[in-house]
Design a protein around this ligand. Structure first.
Ligand SMILES: *[C@@H]1O[C@H](CO)[C@@H](O)[C@H](O)[C@H]1NC(C)=O
Ligand SMILES: *[C@@H]1O[C@H](CO)[C@@H](O)[C@H](O)[C@H]1NC(C)=O
Ligand SMILES: *[C@@H]1O[C@H](CO)[C@@H](O)[C@H](O)[C@H]1NC(C)=O
Ligand SMILES: *[C@@H]1O[C@H](CO)[C@@H](O)[C@H](O)[C@H]1NC(C)=O
Ligand SMILES: *[C@@H]1O[C@H](CO)[C@@H](O)[C@H](O)[C@H]1NC(C)=O
Ligand SMILES: *[C@@H]1O[C@H](CO)[C@@H](O)[C@H](O)[C@H]1NC(C)=O
Ligand SMILES: *[C@@H]1O[C@H](CO)[C@@H](O)[C@H](O)[C@H]1NC(C)=O
Length: 472
C-alpha cells in the first residue's frame, strides 16, 4: 500500500505538470483513478470494508481536487460488505461487472441519524455518478423477520428510539442536496427499504439501470424523486414490491421531471405522485412506459398542501390487477385522489393533467375523486384511451370497493363497478375513449361512468366515447 501511494504521488505530479499546455492554456487533466483493493478492500463478501472503501474515496477526492480533475473510484469484481459510503464531488463510483457492493444489515454500520441510513450516500456534492455494470445490493432478505406472500414482516431499527414505527430500515442509494447527478449502467438489487432516493437535488440523469426489489416486501420503492428539479429517467427496468417511480414533495417543490422508455412491475403503483405532497409539482412528462401486472398504473395521490400542475402521461401500456388488499390499490389503471391527510390539513389541488394514448387491461376501472371538503380536480383530459376491463385473478372484487388510503375514507365498500368513477372533477374531457368489459365481475352493477357526489355533469365533455360489453 505504501509503495502504491508513492506511485500515485508521481503520477499526480506528472499530471500536474501536464496541466498547462505549451500554449499556456490550462487543459483538463485525465481523471484520477483509485482502486479500492489498493486501500485494503478484499472483496470476499464477509469482511466489513467500509473504512477501506471510504479511504479510497477520500484519497481519490483529495488528489483530484488538487488537480482540478475528476476521479474514478474503481471497484473490481468481488463482493464488498459495507456500511454507509459517502461519495464526494467530481467523482464516479465505478462498480465493475462482477463487483457487488453489499449493504450491511447491522444498524451500527450506519450513521446514527436515520435520514442518513443509505448504503451509498452523496450529500451536498456536485458532479457525482455511479456506473460500471456491477451491482449494489441491500440484502433485504436479512431484514425479513417473517416471509409472507401477502406482505413480509420486516426488522425495524427502532430500538434506539431515533426512528419510530415500522419503516426503520436503510435505503440503498441516496443523493441529498446535490447537483449534476448521473446514475447509469448499474443494477440496484434487494433494497431493505427505498431503493434510489433523490432529494432536493438538481440536474439528475438516471438511465439504463435495473432495479429488482422483493415483490412481497413493503416500502421497497424503486425511484423516489423528492423536491428535485430537472430530472430525466430513461431506459430503466423496475420490478419491485412498492411504488416503482415515485415523485414526492416532502422537502421542496418538484419541477421538470421526464420519465421515458421504462418497464415496470410493482405490487403498488407504477408511477405515483405522492403521497407526500407538501410542495407543488410542475411540468412532469411520462412517456413510452410499459407497466405490467401492477396493483395500480398511473397515480396521483394528493394528501398535503402542495398542488400538481401540468402533467402529461403519453404512449403507455398498462395492466393492473388485484393483490392482497393490505397493499394500497384496487387495480386502477389511472388513479387520481385529492383529500387531506388529516383534519389539520388544507389539501392542494390538481390542474391540467393529460392522459394520451393509453392502452390498459385492468381488473378495475379509472378512479378520479376529490373528497368532500372542498377539494377539486381541475382539467383532466383523456385522449385516445382504450381500457379493457377483465377479471383474471381470484381476488374477490368486492363490488367496486374504493381505496382512498392513506387517510380520508380509507378502503370503503361500494356497490357498483365503474369504467370510470368521477367525483368533484371540474373540466373533465374525454376524447376517443373506449371501455370494453370482457368478463362479468360477478360483483355489483357495472356502470360505464359513475358520478360521485357534487360532480357538475355539464363540466364534462365526451367526444367519441364508446362502452361495450362483450359476452364472456
Ligand atoms: C475474508 O477475509 C477475512 C480476512 O482475511 C477472513 O477472516 C474471512 O474469513 C474471509 N472470508 C471469506 C469468505 O473468505
Ligand atoms: C469540481 O470540479 C470543478 C471543475 O474542476 C471545480 O470547479 C469544483 O470546485 C469542484 N467541486 C468541488 C466541490 O470540489
Ligand atoms: C418497532 O418496530 C416494530 C416492528 O415493526 C413494531 O412492532 C413496534 O411497534 C415498533 N416500536 C416503536 C417504538 O416504534
Ligand atoms: C426547484 O425549483 C423551485 C422552483 O423554481 C425552487 O424553489 C427550488 O428551490 C428548486 N429546487 C432545487 C433543489 O434546486
Ligand atoms: C424547467 O425547465 C425549463 C425548460 O428547460 C427551464 O427554463 C426552467 O428553468 C426549469 N425550471 C427549473 C426550476 O429549473
Ligand atoms: C401510442 O403508444 C404506443 C406505445 O404504447 C406507441 O407504439 C404508438 O406509436 C403511440 N401512438 C401514437 C400515435 O403516438
Ligand atoms: C382512438 O384511439 C385508439 C386507441 O385508443 C386509436 O387506435 C385511434 O387511432 C384513435 N382514433 C383517433 C381518431 O384518434
Amino acid at each position: 500500500m505504501e509503495l502504491y501511494h508513492h506511485r500515485i504521488d508521481v503520477v499526480v505530479f506528472l499530471l500536474f505538470v501536464s496541466l498547462i499546455s505549451s500554449s499556456g492554456v490550462p487543459i483538463p487533466s485525465r481523471p484520477v483513478q483509485c482502486n479500492v483493493r489498493d486501500y485494503g478492500a478484499l472483496g470476499n463478501g464477509s469482511t466489513l470494508e467500509t473504512s477501506s472503501i471510504q479511504s479510497a474515496i477520500n484519497a481519490c477526492h483529495s488528489r483530484s481536487n488538487k488537480l482540478g480533475s475528476k476521479s474514478v473510484v474503481w471497484v473490481p469484481p468481488g463482493s464488498y460488505l459495507t456500511g454507509t459510503l459517502f461519495l464526494r464531488s467530481n467523482m464516479t463510483l465505478h462498480i465493475d461487472h462482477g463487483a457487488k457492493i453489499l449493504g450491511s444489515s447491522r444498524q451500527m454500520d450506519y450513521p446514527p441519524e436515520k435520514d442518513r441510513w443509505y448504503v451509498i450516500l452523496a450529500e451536498g456534492v456536485e458532479n457525482v455518478g455511479i456506473t460500471g455494470g456491477g451491482e449494489v445490493n441491500g440484502q433485504s432478505s436479512k431484514f425479513v423477520v417473517r416471509y409472507d406472500p401477502k406482505k413480509n414482516i420486516m426488522t425495524s431499527w427502532n430500538v434506539t428510539g431515533n426512528c419510530l414505527g415500522d419503516e426503520c430500515r436503510p435505503r440503498l442509494v441516496g443523493f441529498l442536496r446535490s447537483t449534476k447527478i448521473r446514475v447509469w449502467n448499474i443494477d440496484l438489487r434487494q433494497p431493505a427499504y427505498w431503493c434510489l432516493h433523490l432529494v432536493n437535488s438538481n440536474f439528475i440523469h438516471i438511465h439504463d439501470i435495473s432495479i429488482l426489489g422483493d415483490f412481497d416486501t413493503p416500502n421497497n420503492d424503486g425511484i423516489d424523486v423528492d423536491g428535485s428539479n430537472n430530472t430525466v429517467i430513461e431506459r430503466c427496468r423496475i420490478d419491485t414490491g412498492d411504488d416503482a417511480i415515485c415523485p414526492k414533495t416532502t422537502y421542496g417543490p418538484l419541477v421538470n421531471l421526464t420519465v421515458r422508455d421504462c418497464w415496470v412491475r410493482t405490487k403498488s403503483c407504477g408511477v405515483k405522485l405522492g403521497s407526500a405532497t407538501f410542495f407543488d409539482f410542475r411540468h412532469l412528462r411520462f412517456s413510452n412506459l410499459i407497466i405490467v401486472d401492477s396493483h395500480r398504473g398511473l397515480g396521483i395521490q394528493l394528501r398535503d398542501a402542495g398542488s400538481v400542475y401540468d402533467v402529461i402521461f403519453a404512449n403507455i401500456v398498462v395492466s393492473t390487477r388485484y393483490y392482497d388488499p393490505s397493499w394500497w390499490g384496487r387495480a386502477e389503471p389511472i388513479y387520481v385522489t385529492v383529500c387531506p391527510r388529516d383534519e389539520f390539513t388544507l389539501v392542494g389541488s390538481v390542474h391540467s393533467i393529460e392522459f394520451r394514448n393509453i392502452t390498459a387491461r385492468s381488473e378495475n376501472g379509472i378512479f378520479l375523486a376529490a373528497s368532500e371538503n372542498g377539494a377539486v380536480i381541475h382539467s383532466v383530459k383523456l385522449v385516445d384511451v382504450d381500457l379493457k376491463i377483465e377479471r383474471w385473478t381470484s381476488y374477490s372484487g368486492d363490488g367496486g370497493m374504493q381505496d382512498f388510503r392513506p387517510g380520508c375514507q380509507g378502503l370503503i365498500s361500494h356497490d357498483k363497478r365503474s369504467g370510470m368513477f368521477v367525483q368533484r372533477a371540474h373540466g373533465l374531457s374525454l376524447q376517443n375513449v373506449s371501455f370494453t368489459w370482457v368478463t362479468s365481475s360477478g360483483g355489483g352493477e357495472e356502470v360505464p361512468i359513475e358520478f360521485g357526489s357534487r360532480t357538475p355533469e355539464d363540466s364534462i365533455s365526451l367526444v367519441n366515447f364508446a362502452n361495450d360489453f362483450l359476452a364472456s
